[in-house]
Design a protein around this ligand. Structure first.
Ligand code: MN
Length: 255
């Protein structure tokens, strides 16, 4: 089974080195997202050369108000990466009052990605799905948008799909009724597995990178397909997205 985890916080597990070693042994393909530009170098150092781990450059919306001053480092590192994340907006009660700063930070990031020729971007949207889509709609050249754990009403998911967005989904999301409803509304040819580990949990236990493939089982059950078909579908989606992400980067290098 090909294990894929398109949104995982390797650097935030209690023992990042041990967790990464195990994931490498299991052959998991990982998009290792970060929450601040200053975390990027240490987190990419976790991934051995030639591994299946790609480290994304991020500035999490919950940290935008305290870490916006790291944006110059973000700009310095941007030419060296294919993937951006975790970035986005958080409009939930604890973070609602910093939304203006979050939006300013995200705007600067999307502009920079567009100017750099586009990147593949893993986006957070809790409590701010519509506001996020409004921003993405005005930055079509920023690259390929992958909405992570996008728990929105089906009509909003339809709008995101019409904008060309991809979706990364996990077992933790499918554990709730609203999450399953959201996953059901997503286009199946633009869905990828994620864990959001160590934050993504099942039965109170943080998911390991790749989640041992539980997303294939949960998705298969939801859609009434075989586990093998669910795996085949998401693996194919992943290959298409990676090919597209490297193509974008190749175009940048040609300039
Ligand atoms: Mn996350």
């Amino acid at each position: 089974m090909a294990l894929i985890d398109f949104h995982c916080h390797l650097d935030l597990y209690p023992d990042p080195a041990a967790t990464t070693r195990k994931a490498v042994e299991e052959g998991v393909y990982i998009l290792s997202v970060t929450t601040t530009p200053s975390a990027f170098s240490g987190t990419s150092a976790l991934a051995p050369a030639g591994s299946r781990i790609r480290t994304a450059l991020g500035l999490h919306p919950e940290l935008a108000a305290s870490r916006w001053h790291e944006l110059p480092l973000f700009h310095d590192l941007l030419p060296t990466v294919d993937y951006i994340g975790e970035v986005g907006l958080d409009g939930s009660p604890p973070h609602r009052d910093t939304l203006a700063t979050q939006a300013a930070v995200l705007h600067e990031i999307l502009d920079a990605c567009a100017a750099a020729g586009g990147r593949t971007i893993s986006l957070h949207s809790r409590g701010a799905a519509v506001m996020l889509l409004d921003m993405l709609e005005f930055e079509p050249l920023a690259g390929t948008f992958v909405l992570h754990w996008f728990s929105a009403k089906p009509a909003i998911i339809q709008r995101a799909a019409d904008l060309g967005c991809w979706f990364s989904v996990g077992s933790a999301m499918m554990a709730s009724r609203s999450g399953r409803e959201a996953v059901n509304a997503m286009p199946i040819d633009r869905m990828l597995p994620e864990t959001d580990g160590p934050f993504g949990m099942t039965q109170g236990v943080p998911l390991a990178p790749g989640g041992a493939g539980s997303v294939y089982h949960d998705f298969a059950e939801l859609k009434g397909m075989s586990v093998k078909d669910a795996e085949r579908l998401m693996t194919g989606n992943f290959r298409r997205l990676v090919a597209r992400s490297s193509r974008e980067q190749a175009q940048v290098k040609d300039r």
